[in-house]
Each structure stands twice: as C-alpha cells, then as structure tokens.
Design a protein around this ligand. Structure first.
Ligand SMILES: NC(=O)c1ccc[n+]([C@@H]2O[C@H](COP(=O)([O-])OP(=O)(O)OC[C@H]3O[C@@H](n4cnc5c(N)ncnc54)[C@H](O)[C@@H]3O)[C@@H](O)[C@H]2O)c1
Length: 302
C-alpha cells in the first residue's frame, strides 16, 4: 500500500472547497500548502478553518492539541511554484474554467514530486480534457469532494481515459488517510451523485406539477419511506433551483431526454424563486428557517 505519511499536500484555490480540503488534510497531519491569487481569500480561508476546528473541539470531535497542530500544518501562499514544490499530492480547486484549471495543473506539474497525482475537484469539466494540457495525462485524476468537506464523508475519484492505475492507488491512499470513503467513477456527466440528485429533484418537481402530492408530502415520503435525510424538494431549495436547472440542462444535452428539466423549475427560476438563498423556492424561509406549511401544494390539490 502507498504510504503517504509525512508528505506535503498542496491545494490550489482557497474558496469554499479549497478551504475545506486544506482543513481535512491539515487535521490528518499533512503539511498543507494553500495557494490562491487573492490574499483576502487566503485570510478568510484560515479564519474559517480556525472556526470549524473550534466547532469540532466544542462538539467533542477532536481535541485542542489536534486542532492547534492542524492550524500549524497550514501555510498560505500567493505564488504557485512555492506552494506546490515537492508536493506528494496536488489538488486544484480554482474556479470552474477549463483553461484556468489546465494552466494551474501544468505549472504545478513542473515542481511537484514526479509521482504526485495531479487532482482536480471539478464538478462538471472533463478530467481527460484537463489532462491533455499536461506532459503526462496519466497523473491527472478527479477528486470530487462535497461541501462541507470536513463533514461530508464521500470522495468521488474520477478516472479519465489516460489516468494510470498508479495514480488511482496513490489518490485512494490519500483519501483513506483523511478518513473519507472513496468510490471510483469513470468520467461521465454528473458523475454518480450530481446525476442522481438532479434526476430525483427533477422527478419530484414533475410530481408536484402533475399534482401527485404536495411538496411537504413528497419530501416526507422520501424521508420516512426511503430513509433519505432530506427530501428532494428541500434539497433543491438548498442547492438553488438556478444551479439545479443549469445542471439539468447540461445533463439533458449530454445524456438525453430523461433529464429534460421540468417546466415548473424553469418557471420558478424565471420568477427568481431560487430557494433558500433568496428566502423563497418550493418553500418560504424566514430568518433562514423553513416556514411550516409554506410548500407548493401541487396543481390538482385544494
Ligand atoms: N461549491 C461546491 O459545492 C462544489 C462541490 C464540488 C466541487 N466544486 C468545484 O470546486 C471548484 C471550486 O469551487 P468553489 O465553490 O470552492 O469556488 P470559490 O469561488 O469559492 O473558490 C474559487 C477560488 O479560486 C480562486 N482563484 C481564481 N483564479 C485563481 C488563480 N488563477 N489562481 C489561484 N486561485 C484562483 C479564487 O480566488 C477563489 O478563492 C470548482 O471547480 C467547482 O466546480 C464545488
């Protein structure tokens, strides 16, 4: 088995995801270099990691000494070369733009360890296409984390057409070391999770539009009948129906008609009812809390 202990991990991009990814590696004992072009993003990342570690101590998930050591393991960088030098794992989590991700990975490739996986946290771009810009696409792989990274257990390890077995094994060893459960996915639109949750949310909206049941009852059915922690309509409100609609349009164009967005989603997005973030989606929200009984009723119901 690959031993990753004592090595350095570099995370490029100190936004929402990069912050969480740096947190989990630092907490697992890795020297963690966090790179961003924005100094304010780096400072915000460190503040958020400190806050989340303190929250973990308060909830009894880790002790003070581990939290302190985790903070000491993190160094902030506004230059990529210094940040990535000698890293045994490089993960990019910059904005979702192909040319940006390609240029960051190519620059890192020159300075990381020769056996380091070059990982991307992309949600929708092609790992294979990102890899074509490098001199060795066999080292390029997807590590798709979930928000909030320090809490969510899953990593989808995404395999491009050229990704080598060695890169997969090394990446898996790092994922094990941060106590995540990893699954292997051949590069495909929506991977496993986004594709499935887009399908569920869309189907729930079709049911609502057809008047099969009220929003509350559809969500209750999935929670109590199928043991989902959240209903698909509550989840759509949390994700944002605007984001959900973009994902559905992409899946529709790549995987066909079964992902045709429900017209009710299109209508809600046109009305600005994006969900929780604007206080109104399938449900209404006040002070961040769902208003009881506020869910859409379904067209056939009184
Ligand atoms: N938000 C999610 O729930 C989620 C989940 C899984 C995967 N992802 C993917 O993770 C990636 C990042 O998403 P996010 O939500 O953290 O975005 P974000 O906007 O919070 O963070 C992106 C960071 O990249 C930095 N950046 C931009 N250009 C850069 C450059 N040239 N060099 C270095 N840093 C640069 C920005 O300053 C910013 O701090 C995207 O590819 C996204 O698809 C997001």
């Amino acid at each position: 088995m690959t031993d990753t202990a004592g090595t350095t991990v570099t995370v490029a991009g100190a936004g929402l995801m990069g912050t969480g990814i740096a947190h989990v590696f630092a907490q697992a004992g890795y020297k963690t270099h966090l790179f961003d072009i924005s100094k304010s993003a780096l400072e915000k990342a460190r503040d958020n990691i400190e806050k989340n570690l303190a929250g973990g101590v308060k909830r009894g998930k880790l002790d003070e000494a581990t939290a302190q050591k985790a903070l000491e393991n993190i160094s902030l960088h506004d230059g990529l070369t210094n940040a990535a030098k000698d890293a045994a794992l490089f993960i990019e989590t910059v904005a979702e733009k192909l040319d940006l991700k390609q240029s960051i990975i190519c620059e890192a490739e020159k300075v990381v360890r020769p056996d380091a996986p070059l990982a991307t946290n992309t949600s929708a771009l092609s790992v294979t296409e990102i890899g074509t810009a490098t001199s060795d696409p066999s080292r390029v792989i997807g590590m798709h984390f979930f928000n909030p990274v320090h809490i969510m257990k899953l990593v989808e390890i995404v395999v491009g057409i050229s990704t080598s077995q060695e890169t997969i094994s090394r990446t898996r060893a790092f994922s094990d070391a941060i106590s995540k459960s990893s699954i292997l996915v051949n590069e495909a639109p929506g991977l496993t999770t986004s594709r499935m949750s887009a399908m569920l949310g869309n189907e729930a909206m079709w049911m609502l539009q057809e008047g099969t049941a009220s929003a509350e009852d559809i969500d209750t059915a999935l929670k109590l009948g199928l043991n989902h922690p959240m209903g698909p309509l509550e989840l759509g409100d949390l994700t944002g129906w605007d984001t959900r609609l973009s994902a559905l349009r992409y899946l529709h164009s790549t995987l066909g008609d079964k992902f045709r967005p429900c017209p009710l989603i299109i209508k809600m997005v046109a009305a600005g009812r994006f969900g929780r973030k604007v206080g109104h989606g399938v449900y209404k929200y006040e002070n961040g809390q769902k208003v009881s009984g506020s869910g859409l009723k379904g067209s056939m119901l009184p």
